[in-house]
Design a protein around this ligand. Structure first.
Ligand SMILES: Nc1nc2c([nH]c(=O)n2[C@H]2C[C@H](O)[C@@H](COP(=O)(O)OP(=O)(O)OP(=O)(O)O)O2)c(=O)[nH]1
Length: 130
């Protein structure tokens, strides 16, 4: 089965977490699910470099990549991922973000995180934030 190494940013600002909703995807089980912004690590990149690059590409959002929160492994029906989540904060010069690839976005309190329909791999990431 194809395997991807993925990084995800738990961006925290004013006590809330940035959550992004996917649009329609190739697979029904990831379509319209909520996730943390990020993506696949490319050859030669550190996880932190990949994360900063992905947030610039997807959202034009400069973030400081901080501590590693958790690494989860998940097998979807068609591929598997190892995903490491990092706590991130917007850089001082960041003036909001653009939504280039996602269907929706939301800043959520801890309580509100529970109400979203998360991608299956994210459930264990969300759990440690509660
Ligand atoms: N970014 C991100 N991806 C996640 C999360 N949860 C989860 O299952 N995934 C899955 C969805 C994707 O299949 C994969 C990440 O790939 P991606 O499509 O976002 O990566 P990418 O931007 O490098 O994509 P591409 O260039 O291959 O189109 O990991 C999450 O919280 N954030």
């Amino acid at each position: 089965m194809i395997h991807y190494n993925v990084v995800a940013a738990v961006v925290c600002h004013n006590g809330k977490y940035l959550c992004m909703q996917k649009g329609k995807t190739k697979f029904e089980y990831t379509s319209y699910k909520w996730e943390f912004p990020g993506g696949k690590i490319e050859p030669g990149e550190t996880p932190q470099q990949a994360l900063a690059r992905e947030l610039m590409e997807e959202m034009e959002y400069p973030v400081e990549v901080g501590e590693e929160l958790v690494t989860v492994n998940h097998e979807y029906p068609d591929f598997s991922i190892t995903m490491t989540a990092f706590l991130c904060t917007p850089k001082a010069e960041a003036d909001g973000f653009k939504r280039r690839e996602h269907a929706d976005s939301k800043w959520c309190s801890q309580e509100e995180l529970k109400g979203l329909d998360w991608a299956a791999a994210d459930v264990d990431v969300v759990r440690i934030l509660l």
